[in-house]
Structures are given as structure tokens and as C-alpha cells.
Write a protein that binds this ligand. Structure first.
Ligand code: AMP
Length: 278
């Protein structure tokens, strides 16, 4: 595996003659969710590029940018073990040199749910993703459904800005008890971890319901119980249209997303599931 520590180093390594390039952007602290994306990328290409970059632009001022885990050497070993061809690990100043002004605006899709709780988050995500796509120039880029609103914003950007890349979504990888894997799970104490399971339990329960009101009620029953513990503070749990992310009316039929976010102790977690109402 080659490691490109700057844009210039990557440009020198990039060799389209080697075939189709698949790209997996990450913020590092790699887990089996990231590994599943890398394997999907591998199955769809000849050359796999993984970026590891904790993007300051997508964190709010009171968020966990400074303490976000950065086990770079372990991550590079994981990439090597997964057969990654190039790991791209740029510095903040390389990606964001002084004087920059232009950013991508995520629009309406980026202003609901996560966008309401984290103003500017998706502008930061789309700006770095577009920059990375322009630097890496992959044929295909893989993103996880764990961040389903992010995936929707990226798909929208690729269409709206004619970005020449195929975007693939990969299913959520969970621990055996149901907790969605996340780089932030390392922050959870044992009692916080069991509280955090309320998210996946609520999603599972809601997914067995046949109407919007029933799914909503099933989820809230579990989430309200979790909120009896002051360490669990629900941010949102909302049933939305998978294309617009607008909240669903009670009589809605068709595909839906139940998306949720909660603070568990000092850690903010998100999770979601796709369901269908007949
Ligand atoms: P992150 O490093 O958290 O920015 O995530 C990098 C990519 O991995 C994103 O496309 C995420 O959606 C994806 N990802 C993170 N956690 C999971 C998971 N548990 N299952 C599948 N994909 C995931």
C-alpha cells in the first residue's frame, strides 16, 4: 500500500492505466463499517483509495473536533490488511490553504434533521467531499447508509453539479447487540453503551409496524423510557421521505426512513432504518 500525505503525493501516484478507481472517504478510527465499504469498493474496481481526514469544516464550534479519535498508524495497518492500494492522509492546511472562500451549499436537504441540529454541517461535508472527488478522481465512491442524510446530500450534489462519479451506498454494519458501529462508540462507558442500544431497539420495533403513527409510537415508547435516564437526551426521531427528508404525514404509504439522533453522555450518536408502509 502507498501512503499519500499530500495532494501532490497523490497526484504523483495516481495511475488511471491501472484501471477503475474506487474511493472510500473516512475520518479514520476505522471499524468494521469502514471495512465493509472498502470491501464493496474492492469488488467494484481495480484500485482502492481510502482517505483519512478529520474535516474541521463539518464540525460546529461546540462539537468534538478536537477530541475526535485519530489512531492514524493503526488505521494505516487496517487499510493495508484490507488490501487498500492508496491511503490518502492530507493535512488540514493542504486541503484548506489560507485565502479559500468558496464552499458548497447543501440546500434544503441539508437544513433538516442533522442540518437543524448541526447548522452548516452538510455544507462542510459536501465541500470536503467535492474537493476529495476532484483530487482523487475516482470512477466510483462508496458511502455508508449509517449517515443516510449525508448519502442523500452527496447523491444530490453529484446530480446537481454534474460530478462525474458513481455513488454507491453500503448497508449499516452493527455490533451483534444491534449498536451501529461508529468511531464515536469508543467514548461510551458501559452504562452509556446499554442506553445507546435504545436507538437500534427503537428502530427494530418501529420497522415491524404497518403505519406511520404505529411506527412513531413504537419508537417513542422505547426512546421515552431511555430518556428517563438523564444521560440520554433525544435530539430527534423522525419518519421522513427518503428523497426529500420531509416529515411524513400519518396516512403515508411507500418507502420511508426513520432517522434518529441522541446525546448519550457527552457522545452524540445517529442511527436510522429504511422501512416501507403498504
Ligand atoms: P466517518 O469516518 O464516520 O466519516 O465514516 C466514513 C464512511 O463510513 C461514511 O460513508 C459512513 O457512512 C460510513 N460508516 C460509518 N459507520 C458505518 C457503519 N456502522 N456501517 C456502514 N458504514 C458506516
Amino acid at each position: 500500500m502507498k501512503v499519500a500525505r499530500s495532494i501532490a503525493e497523490y497526484a504523483a501516484l495516481r495511475d488511471p492505466a491501472q484501471g477503475r478507481i474506487a474511493f472510500v472517504p473516512t475520518m479514520g478510527a476505522l471499524h468494521n463499517g469502514h471495512r465493509s465499504l472498502i470491501r464493496l469498493a474492492r469488488s467494484r474496481s481495480d484500485l482502492v483509495v481510502v482517505s483519512i481526514f478529520v474535516n474541521p469544516l463539518q464540525f460546529g464550534p461546540d462539537e468534538d473536533y478536537a477530541r475526535y479519535p485519530r489512531p492514524l498508524e493503526v488505521d494505516l495497518e487496517s487499510c493495508e490488511a484490507e488490501g487498500v492500494d492508496i491511503a490518502f492522509v492530507p493535512s488540514v492546511t493542504d486541503l484548506y490553504p489560507p485565502g479559500r472562500q468558496i464552499t458548497v451549499s447543501a440546500g434544503a436537504l441539508g437544513s433538516v434533521l442533522e442540518g437543524t441540529s448541526r447548522p452548516g454541517h452538510f455544507d462542510g461535508v459536501l465541500t470536503v467531499v467535492l474537493k476529495l472527488l476532484n483530487i482523487i478522481r475516482p470512477d466510483v465512491a462508496v458511502f455508508g447508509q449509517k449517515d443516510i442524510q449525508q448519502l442523500a446530500c452527496i447523491q444530490r450534489m453529484v446530480v446537481d453539479l454534474n460530478v462525474p462519479v458513481e455513488v454507491l451506498g453500503a448497508p449499516i454494519v452493527r455490533d451483534p447487540d444491534g449498536l451501529a458501529l461508529s468511531s464515536r462508540n469508543v467514548f461510551l462507558s458501559a452504562p452509556e453503551r446499554s442506553l445507546a442500544l435504545s436507538l437500534s431497539t427503537a428502530l427494530e420495533k418501529a420497522a415491524t409496524q404497518t403505519s406511520v403513527p404505529a411506527a412513531r409510537m413504537a419508537a417513542y415508547e422505547i426512546l421515552d423510557r431511555a430518556a428517563d435516564d438523564p444521560a440520554f437526551v433525544l435530539d430527534y426521531a423522525t419518519l421522513v421521505n427518503p428523497t426529500t427528508f420531509a416529515e411524513l404525514p400519518d396516512d403515508y404509504t411507500g418507502p420511508a426512513i426513520l432517522a434518529m439522533a441522541a446525546h448519550v453522555g457527552r457522545t452524540r450518536l445517529i442511527d436510522n432504518t429504511i422501512l416501507t408502509f403498504a
